[in-house]
Structure formats: structure tokens, C-alpha cells
Design a protein around this ligand. Sequence first.
Ligand SMILES: Nc1ncnc2c1ncn2[C@@H]1O[C@H](COP(=O)(O)OP(=O)(O)OP(=O)(O)O)[C@@H](O)[C@H]1O
Ligand SMILES: [Mg+2]
Length: 360
Amino acid sequence: MALLEVRNVTRRFGDFVAVDDLSFNVEAGEFFTLLGPSGCGKTTLLRMIAGFDLPDAGAILLDGVDLAQRPPEARPVRTVFQSYALFPHMSVEGNVAFPLQMARTRARDIAANVAAALAKVRLTGFGRRYPHELSGGQKQRVAIARALVTHPAVLLLDEPLAALDAKLREEMQIELIHLQKDVGITFIYVTHDQTEALTLSQRIAVMNQGHIEQLDEPSRIYSAPKTRFVADFIGTCNLLEGSAVASTEGFLVLDIPDLGQVRAAASGSFPAGTAGAIALRPEKIRLGTSLPPAPEENRFGGTVSDLLYMGDVTVYVLTTPRGRKIEALLANSAAGRTKFFEVGDAVELAWPIDAGHVIA
Ligand SMILES: Nc1ncnc2c1ncn2[C@@H]1O[C@H](COP(=O)(O)OP(=O)(O)OP(=O)(O)O)[C@@H](O)[C@H]1O
Ligand SMILES: [Mg+2]
């Protein structure tokens, strides 16, 4: 049985449906992420799991027990907020001890539990400091210690790294992965940052307008997006939309209006004329002034119309003779190499037919 079950949950604000008949399960010990754009209902969903808000329809079950009648403090669920929400007039120890005092834990046990929670987030020795004497990352760790100190079964994290700069964010991501493994509790993590979701999660639910578009492992979300929304939201993706010309066992030919005919590996049959799209990641494309032929490839000519040097990689925007723009990405692996082509260069681009993913 799943640890947490969200079953057909709906939440309306007036006529607006913020969470729309949404269902999913989270397993014990899992790092599960809700990923989606601003306003798609992520925080609303977390608030209902925590018990700060109630669904208009549906149920939330923990270990098979409906939580509807249980107030937040009676749920083995704690939340870490983006703003940390530390008490500024309390020391680090005071902040972490607070939930234990509320639960009327004995003084002796409080000290031991606070020390253990601070050790888990590597803040031993920081107990006497006040929030204003801490860095953003340290504040975040105090917030996590305070959430862990009551040993919840589920930790909800609502964009906990959003306020940090890129470097610290990356450090905290690595720490979160370790911390989650060490403490072994279930994390439900909310973010609108796709890279963060791909890095951290065991499974990701991609949300859009109150519903789940796709629930899968990160590698599947990235390489086999089920919908246009997912393809578009997760990283850069060339979305080649057209209509089916022919389909045989194993592959499909699509006519892309401003490009030409493109073959893609596909299961199922597509009657001629069916609308379809191929999601093609920029790093799957080969580029060259004249490419050696390879079997089972799509190949087009093009001109470099823009390039974006990004340090380790360069993105090339290519325009085909019929005016289609396609993005390709090449690693600048050779020492000191910043680009392979200039704007205006004529190039050939090619990708294997199984590199593109068909979205019906
Ligand atoms: N109390 C409320 N009253 C009315 N509308 C609300 C209320 N809470 C949330 N909403 C609306 O519900 C939708 C979902 O809000 P929610 O806060 O869950 O989004 P989110 O996915 O967390 O977005 P973000 O990434 O910006 O935090 C939004 O359109 C929001 O305006
Ligand atoms: Mg939110």
C-alpha cells in the first residue's frame, strides 16, 4: 500500500478550479516532486496534504486512513516554506524546539531531539545564533531541522530553495538528496524549476492548470514527454508539428509544413492525415558542414541564424530552406573551443529516426 494517497481531490475558489480531480500515490521513502508553472495548484495541493486547507471533493489518505478529520498538528506531516518562516526573536535552538514544546515533550527529551535534528542538517554548534546571524542556506537548514524534529512521516517542501543564489542552490540540492536518504522519510517537493525537479526526484508529477499531465521518472519525463505541454515545459525542445503521411510497424512519417517529411520511431498506427508532433531535444541533432551519411536518419540543410555561447555548450539556431527554425546544441569539449560555426554558415543537420519522440 502507498504511504500517501491523493484520491480525486478537487479544490475550487469560487468558480475557479485550482486543483481538478487529481489523483496520485507516493511511496514510503520516496522523493516525489510536483513540478509546474506558477498558479498550477502546487501550493494549494500541499496545503491540503498538510491540513491547512480541505478539499471540496476527494480524499487524502495516509497509510490507508482518511485524514479529513485530522487537524494539521495531528497529521505526521510537516511543511518547509520558501520563506523559511523562522521566528526572528528565537535562537536556532528555540526555533527547532518549538514544535516539541507545542507537543508538550519533556525538557530532557527536547534538548536531545533538538541536538539530533541540528546534527542531521549539519548545524551542530549553531544553536545559540539568531536567524539574522545565518546565511540563506543555513536558515533553510534550520527550517528543515524544525520540520524533522517531530519525526514526521512526510515532509512537504514548497519551493524551499527559490530564494537562494545559483551556487548555494546547487549545494543545497546535493544536501537535500543526502538528507532525504539519511533520514529515510518521504519528501514531497514543490518547484517550478525543471532542472531542480530532474536532479532531485525519483518521480515527478508535471502539473498544469490543476491536473497532472504526466507522472513518471525524471528520465522518462525528459526523453519521452507524453504531451506538448510536458515537452515544452521540460527544457528546450524542438516541437515539429505536422500530419501523418504514412505509418508502418515501428515508425511514422510526418509532413512538417515548413520543413519536409520527417521519420520517427513510433508504436501504434497513425492513419494518414492524423495530426502529430515530434519532440526533438537539441542535443540529439548532429551538425556539420558535410555530414557522413548514416542509416536511419533525418537530414536537412540549413543556415546558422543565431548562436548562444553558454560556456560548456553552444546553442545554434538553424533556419532550413523552407523557413523552419531548429535549435541544436553542441558541447564545446575541445579545450578553448567556444563554437564550431559562425552565423551565416551553411550546415547539414541530421538526427536518428529514434531520437525524436512522437506525441500523438
Ligand atoms: N485562497 C485563495 N483564493 C482564491 N484563489 C486562490 C487562493 N489560493 C490560491 N488561489 C488560486 O489558485 C491557483 C493556484 O494557486 P497555487 O498557490 O496553488 O499555485 P502554485 O502552483 O503554488 O503557484 P506558484 O508557483 O506561483 O507558487 C492560482 O490561480 C491562485 O490565484
Ligand atoms: Mg506556490
